[in-house]
Design a protein around this ligand. Structure first.
Ligand code: IMP
Length: 426
């Protein structure tokens, strides 16, 4: 049976964790395909909140095997801590498999992430400072250390010594920082972390293909989102991996013909964290309502997210970039606060109208959103369990998204709980 991809359509924090968790109830494997612990996927089960950074959402079901794919960058200490947290809360993590090809986040990656941001000054990207960019840069430069290197201390140490020479030269001579000690790093990674991580390491590609051949359901879980994609996002204000659906192939070791369903997650409004263009960004009371009602503070970093109205130009572009087959709308209940709700259906710049994202970012910086205004519903959606129970105005909002995006909306979330959603599936 072909795989399903779950992908964010905006700048992240769309509520992918909840959707992935919900969909995982029918699948055998859930595979994370990119990113690292810059992500924070929140799932609420029976009033209990779980925040997952690296472990795929499927871990909460005993019938799924969660896999960290080769496209993910892993800080082993963070992963082990997350597993410990889950175990203490009664969640069995023994089924977790980590791809031996996943790259490791090393102590110097954190240092370099912080220093690069500092030196960029007011041009900084606003990264999560988790070493993500430097780890992917080393992967591309072919000097990264992989999870499988933890199983071969001699190779690990050889690679570390080579790479640390250059990193320490940069840290001390460019950034005026203290050099890092290879023995300390080797003690931590090989002495402390490797024995604990070793039982989790495996051949994730083989596992995925065995499941697909056996006709089992496989779900590929993205982190971050379409417009944080290093190729298709608002570069340079992006992450360093490919959250778009194409990244799901590369990050798990399958080809495009192994995927037949791509679910795009759309938050009913827009947020972004960090710097970069944001045509529908709101301010004043609208911004405060979206942030406070939507709890729009970074799951990991606590940063206030920048809020704004839903931008359907972005969603149309996301449908194209990911070949999205259906959309799932999250946080619809947050909009219950408004008398009138604005939705951006096009952009205007220098007398031209754009139905699709302008390719040139200088144009994107200057666009004015063209809004449609819809009446709000001003009622609590949290108890709705079927489409029939949604107020007409909320239903009209969902219909507008589907019509403008050109793909059906099959699901709308109306509260944080696992059971708080409405299905529009036929
Ligand atoms: P990095 O991924 O830490 O390098 O950060 C690059 C950009 O991606 C910054 O603007 C971050 O705020 C953003 N970013 C990274 N991960 C997430 C996420 O999970 N949600 C939202 N934004 C993110």
């Amino acid at each position: 049976m072909p795989a399903t991809v779950v992908v964010g359509t905006q700048w992240g924090d769309e509520g992918k964790g909840k959707l992935t968790d919900l969909m995982a109830k029918d699948v055998r494997l859930v595979v994370r395909y990119q990113g690292g612990h810059n992500a924070g996927h929140t799932i609420v089960v029976d009033g209990e909140t779980f925040v997952l950074q690296l472990v795929p959402s499927g871990v909460l079901y005993s019938h799924t095997t969660p896999i960290i794919g080769n496209g993910v960058v892993v800080d082993p200490a963070v992963l082990l801590e997350e597993c410990g947290m889950l175990e203490r809360r009664g969640i069995d993590t023994s089924r977790l498999v980590v791809s031996g090809n996943a790259h490791l986040i090393m102590p110097y990656h954190y240092e370099l992430d912080k220093m690069t941001e500092r030196y960029l000054g007011h041009n900084k990207l606003g990264t999560t400072k988790r070493g993500i960019g430097p780890a992917y840069a080393d992967k591309a430069a072919r000097i990264g250390l992989r999870a499988q290197d933890l199983l071969d201390p001699k190779i690990f140490r050889q690679k570390l010594d080579v790479v640390l020479r250059e990193k320490n030269a940069i840290l001390s001579r460019v950034y005026n920082r203290l050099p890092l000690d290879a023995d300390d790093i080797a003690d931590l990674y090989l002495g402390d972390l490797a024995p604990k991580l070793a039982p989790m390491l495996g051949d994730s590609v083989a596992l995925v293909h065995e499941a697909l051949s056996a006709g089992e359901q496989v779900m590929l879980e993205g982190a971050q989102a379409t417009f944080l994609d290093v190729d298709h996002g608002t570069y340079p204000y992006v992450t360093s991996s490919n959250p778009t659906a194409g990244g799901a192939c590369v990050g798990t070791g399958i080809g495009p013909r192994d995927i037949d369903r791509v679910v795009g997650i759309v938050k009913a409004y827009t947020t972004r964290v960090g710097s970069g263009p944001f045509p529908t960004e709101a301010d004043g009371e609208t911004a405060d309502v979206l942030v406070e009602r939507g709890h729009e503070y970074g799951t990991n970093t606590g940063r206030r997210r920048r809020p704004g109205w839903l931008d359907l130009v972005m969603i149309r572009q996301a449908v194209r970039l990911n070949s999205i087959s259906e959309l799932a709308l999250t946080k619809l209940d947050v909009l219950s606060e408004f008398d009138t709700i604005k939705v951006c259906v096009a952009y205007e710049a220098a007398g031209a109208r754009y139905e699709h994202m302008p390719y040139h970012q200088s144009v994107l910086h200057d666009v004015t959103p063209v809004y449609e205004e819809l009446p709000g519903w001003r009622s609590d959606l949290k108890g709705a369990t079927s489409a029939a129970q949604l107020p007409g105005a909320a239903r009209a909002y969902v219909d507008l998204v589907a019509a403008q995006a050109g793909v059906p909306v099959t699901f709308a979330s109306v509260g944080p709980g696992r059971e708080q959603y409405v299905s529009f599936a036929p």
